[in-house]
Write a protein that binds this ligand. Structure first.
Ligand code: WT7
Length: 646
């Protein structure tokens, strides 16, 4: 999918001259001095106590980084900038759905973070207690994250679009007894009740939960507070002016947990540490996203996902820059909204998802053209492969051919960017993410683990640890080893399995092809096919379901559900609606199938395994290949007909 050589681009010299990283020898330098090279990342931060050892591999694949070091993330994101005389510098610029704006200087932010930290302590939150945050894109979300970090309580942010069930599952798994949520928020211009979802989740839990409620909608949405529920504003007033000294955390102590989808029906709690994660988020924000303290920087991802954690909150604030947070969607109230925000705030660096870019393309260049985007210096993408056509559109119509574009590959588990071009160093090849970052060991291997030839497709693996890596799955060390490390590791040579397929070219540029496991990526939302299937088979009348990712013009990939019904039930539109509603209720609206295709049976191998690959081919209208291993080959024609709605 990579563009031909005449479409490769060199970084513009105007960019290179000012780039945070323009030294071409960095890769050799990192190789020669690995893992010591990662001191460079740790040095971006202020440590309360210096570490004694960069990397401890003795208990691999349970690696430890910057051993013996102590630090506090909120100190690094706030206090140290204030101590450096930058108290009046803007930390957050918030753009509300209804055009309200709020700016928090580092001083303002520190003030509120301290008050919330004091309030949480008062409510009983102790070090290592997991606090769940179920909030939309409002400043109170990063404030609550930093308040937790200040007192050493790991946060678990649950994307606001998740259902009550999904919230309850995550709180239960994390044994979280504290929740911060809000009354509601605006969705497509309407008031949407978030608290009722949270209350439903709490009813599903056995233990008592202490809840803090942010009043986002004021008089537009009434809400009442039950026992153990506190109003955020009241807590701020009760703790006005409070100061909480940042707790010194061991570098390996958990900073947060983030649930993500995997190949089983259960979400996995990915754990990230204070020292390694924060160093890596800050270092990559500086070297790849070229973030400078004087910049206005905007990552459009929701803070409810890892991208927002690393590149809206922790990375940018650790670097002392100004980070933009936008509550709304790109097309509300009109399709110029993002470009208007970039123009008005004179945004220097913009980081978004290919899905969004494909939508902008479809809407047309008249929207960006009606705004002055000349403040932009660097553009980034993340979340899914970007096709060369979308890349070129972004480069031309948003970047005016004068901003490098970085196509950054990484995952919830990796904590930060792993594969990308360095914007001040490397040639850009549209469609290919680029080489491994210095010090990162990304490789593409064949079925037996051997390195493959340039151009051939294989498994994307990482053969060395890195500071930003997750340390385990919460409460499940066995699954951590089994799911990520067992496949290609030999003796003491640990190899991390990413779950993606990829190719690599002669220059070491990696083109990521997409997931090779039962995970699908829809508009940058990671979904487990098993999770969706179990929601569907819970609907009465459904016998079996198989969910696959199929091509979709704007979203890249969409969810297609193949469903067979039992004797009691004929396929109908009403059943289809019950199925899509069930997915929405158990996971969230973003997981809704694009299409439900009823079929008399699902295609199965002789051993009874559903042949998803075949369903994927059907969804994509691709040749089906060999179907002779099927137990029920006759069903294929019927499914194809159903797919075409014949
Ligand atoms: C999966 C991880 C990490 C931020 C958001 C997603 C896909 C991510 C790229 C890219 C091709 C990409 C992979 C990966 N992905 N970035 N630049 N090119 N694919 O985090 O939800 O953990 O999903 O997103 O398939 O495994 P996530």
């Amino acid at each position: 999918m990579t563009a031909p050589p005449d479409e490769h681009r060199e970084p513009p010299s105007s960019f290179v001259e000012q780039a945070n990283l323009r030294d071409r020898t960095i890769c050799e330098e990192f190789e020669a001095n690995w893992p010591g090279c990662w001191e460079q990342a740790a040095d971006v931060l202020d440590w309360h106590r210096e570490y004694d050892q960069v990397l401890d591999e003795s208990n691999a694949p349970f690696y430890e980084w910057f051993c013996g070091g102590e630090l506090n993330a909120s100190y690094n994101c706030l206090d140290r900038h204030i101590e450096a005389g930058r108290k009046n510098h803007a930390a957050l610029k918030w753009e509300g759905k209804r055009r309200e704006t709020r700016t928090y200087t580092y001083q303002d932010l520190s003030h509120e973070v301290n008050e919330v930290a004091a309030a949480l302590r008062d409510l009983g939150v102790g070090e290592d207690d997991v606090v769940t945050l179920y909030l939309p894109m409002i400043p109170e979300l990063p404030i609550a994250m930093l308040a937790c970090a200040r007192i050493g309580a790991p946060h678990s942010v649950v994307f606001a679009g998740f259902s009550a069930d999904a919230l309850a599952t995550r709180m239960e798994s994390a044994t979280s007894e504290y929740l911060i949520t809000c009354d509601g928020y605006y969705r497509r211009g309407n008031a949407f009740n978030q608290k009722s979802k949270a209350d439903n989740a709490l009813m599903e839990l056995d233990n008592d939960v202490t809840t803090v409620v942010v009043d986002r909608l004021g008089e537009e949405l009434d809400h009442t507070l039950d026992e153990r529920q506190y109003d955020y504003e009241d807590l701020l007033i009760a703790h006005a002016g409070a100061r909480v000294s940042p707790v010194a955390r061991d570098g390996e102590d958990m900073l947060f947990l983030m649930y993500t989808s995997g190949t089983t029906g259960e979400p996995k709690g990915v754990t990230h540490t204070t020292g390694g994660y924060l160093s890596y988020a800050a270092w990559t924000a500086r070297t790849v996203l070229d973030v400078k303290p004087e910049d206005t920087y905007w990552c459009s991802a929701d803070i409810g996902w890892i991208t927002g954690h690393s590149y809206t909150v922790y990375g940018p604030l650790a670097l002392g820059t100004t980070s933009v947070i936008y509550e709304g969607t790109p097309d509300y109230p009109d399709r110029s909204r993002l470009w208007e925000i970039i123009e008005r705030n004179a945004v220097d660096v913009f980081y978004t998802a290919p899905t969004a870019i494909r939508a902008f393309m479809k809407w047309g260049e008249q929207y960006p053209e009606s705004h002055d985007l000349s403040s932009l210096r660097l553009l980034g993408t993340v979340g899914e492969p970007i096709n060369p056509r979308a890349w070129k559109w972004y480069y031309t119509h948003i970047g005016n051919e004068s901003c490098p574009v970085v196509d950054t590959w990484w995952q919830t588990e990796t904590g930060g960017i792993m594969i990308t071009t360095l914007p001040g160093v490397n040639t850009m090849k549209p469609g290919s993410a680029g080489p491994s970052l210095p010090g990162i060991g990304a490789r593409v291997v064949s079925e037996d683990g051997s390195t493959i030839e340039a151009g051939e497709a294989g498994y994307l693996v990482i053969d060395r640890p890195w500071p930003g890596m997750f340390r385990t799955l919460y409460g499940n060390d066995d699954q951590y080893v089994h799911e990520y490390w067992d496949r290609f590791s030999v003796d003491d040579e640990w190899v991390y399995l990413t779950g993606d397929g990829a190719t690599v070219d002669e220059d070491g540029y990696i083109t990521v092809l997409g997931r090779v496991d039962d995970v699908i990526n829809v508009s940058g939302h990671r979904l487990g096919t098993m999770e969706i299937e179990s929601a569907i088979v819970g609907v009465s009348g459904v016998a079996e379901a198989a969910v696959v990712g199929g091509n979709h013009e704007t979203n890249g990939t969409a969810v297609y559900a193949y469903v067979s019904t039992d004797h009691s039930q004929e396929p109908s539109e009403a059943l289809e609606a019950r199925i899509t509603d069930a997915v929405e209720d158990t996971i969230g609206p973003f997981a809704r199938p694009e299409d439900v295709i009823f079929t008399p049976e699902l295609p199965k191998t002789r051993s009874g395994k559903i042949m998803r690959r075949l369903l994927e081919n059907i969804a994509n209208h691709e040749p089906l290949g060999d179907t002779s291993t099927l137990r029920n080959p006759e069903v294929v024609g019927e499914i194809e007909a159903a797919d075409r709605k014949e």
